[in-house]
Design a protein around this ligand. Structure first.
Ligand code: FMN
Length: 378
């Protein structure tokens, strides 16, 4: 596919839809139940409008910023997304390489299909490790120690997965709950021979977990059945704080009191997130709660937001509302599914170009100029 023809993230989404089998596209694109929250994430951005400053010299602009104390070429993080290897052969590595080349951090998912060590060795860049908490705490703690040894800079503890959201697209295709693909899904795969020959030639494996399970236990069966621990609570989070010496983020926060509590427990930052509308349907968006959280914890911790970022102007709206950066989930995953690392690069280039124009047209020279007076709600 000619990635240059993609002018927007929506164009990359359309390319991804053509390139991969329907069940893969639906896994990436879909949300839970009626997808109310999935769509509302976009609405939260659309409700915000700019009040640009005029007659400002914006001939010199700088898109770079600091995220969680380190440099980033753009105020974005390529977010933790599981099963990237379904979108493109060696998807996690491709994503990591593109993020490193673009100079932005990448959060590797617990359910990546390459080991966290391989990704660190082969891609480099600023790497964060996203941790799901398993019922078997020994597995989680081993993963945390491995991420530390491999040089990961930050740990993201995801807290919005007590149980899986009801994702009806995945239930229909047979991807969930136990990857028993239906006949229509199998026929559709046959209609995508290139995907079949490249991506499907590798059996999906949850390598990070597999290594911890020991002989005779298969991660593919371990994960869906016995997945994450619904008993996860604040005491656990405090224990992770003791265990992990690097930067610590809590992802899945949607309340001011929880954001404050995370900081009191020693978090270096919070990610205001509803998991891209894939968990509780009908929940508010990270953007909806952002101003109140900023009022409560500004200056004490990094505030990162995600959900529905598809334009550079969305990044600017989040920053003007007080976020330090945004996490990109689907935006970069569509790029990956459309064209591997080159597709991710294309997605980041599109967003970077749009963010740059948004700064200029708002009379801003850098992220630091994006202040709350620049936006209003309609
Ligand atoms: C296909 C897919 C897989 C995801 N897997 C994970 C994951 O493994 N861990 C996690 O913390 N969040 C995961 N997320 C959520 C993202 O990190 C992020 O919160 C969300 O995608 C942001 O919304 P957006 O896709 O609209 O940008 C996933 C999202 C998608 C779309």
């Amino acid at each position: 596919m000619n990635l240059k023809k993609a002018l927007s993230i929506e164009d990359l989404r359309a390319m991804a839809r053509k390139r991969v089998p329907r069940f893969v596209f639906d896994y990436v694109d879909g949300g839970s139940e009626d997808e109310v929250t999935l769509n509302a994430n976009r609405e939260s951005f659309k409700r915000l409008r700019f009040r640009p400053r005029t007659l400002v010299d914006v001939s010199q602009r700088n898109l770079g910023t600091t995220i969680l104390g380190g440099p980033s070429a753009l105020p974005v993080i390529a977010g933790p997304v599981g099963l990237l290897g379904l979108s493109w052969r060696h998807g996690d590595l491709e994503m990591a390489r593109a993020a490193a080349a673009a100079g932005v951090p990448y959060g590797v998912s617990t359910v990546s299909m390459h080991s966290l060590e391989d990704i660190a060795r082969e891609a480099g860049g600023r790497l964060w490790f996203q941790c799901y908490v398993f019922r078997e705490r020994a597995v989680t703690e081993a993963l945390i120690r491995r991420a530390s040894t491999a040089g990961y800079e930050a740990l993201i503890v995801t807290s919005d997965f007590a149980v899986s959201g009801k994702r009806e697209r995945d239930l229909r295709s047979g991807l969930l709950p136990a990857t028993k693909l239906t006949l229509p899904t199998k026929l559709d795969i046959l209609m995508h021979p290139r995907w079949l020959m490249t991506v499907a030639s590798q059996r999906p494996r949850f390598v990070n977990v597999e290594r911890e399970l020991g002989a005779g236990r298969d991660a593919a069966s371990f994960l869906p059945l016995n997945m994450f621990d619904p008993a996860l609570d604040w005491d656990d989070f405090r224990r992770f704080r003791d265990l992990w010496k690097g930067k610590l983020l809590l992802k899945g926060v949607l309340r001011v009191d929880d954001a404050a509590r995370a900081v009191d427990c020693g978090a270096d930052g919070v990610v205001l997130s509803n998991h891209g509308g894939r968990q509780l349907d009908g929940v508010i968006s990270g953007m909806d709660v952002l101003p109140d959280v900023v009022r409560e914890i500004r200056g004490r911790a990094s505030i990162i937001v995600d959900g529905g970022v598809r334009r550079g102007s969305d990044i600017a709206k989040a920053l003007a509302s007080g976020a330090e950066a945004v996490i990109l989930g689907r935006a970069v995953n569509y790029g990956l599914a459309a064209g591997g690392a080159a597709g991710v690069t294309r997605a980041l280039d599109i967003l970077s170009d749009e963010f740059d124009r948004t700064l200029a047209l708002n009379g801003c020279r850098s992220s630091a100029d994006l202040s709350p007076d620049l936006i209003t709600t309609v």
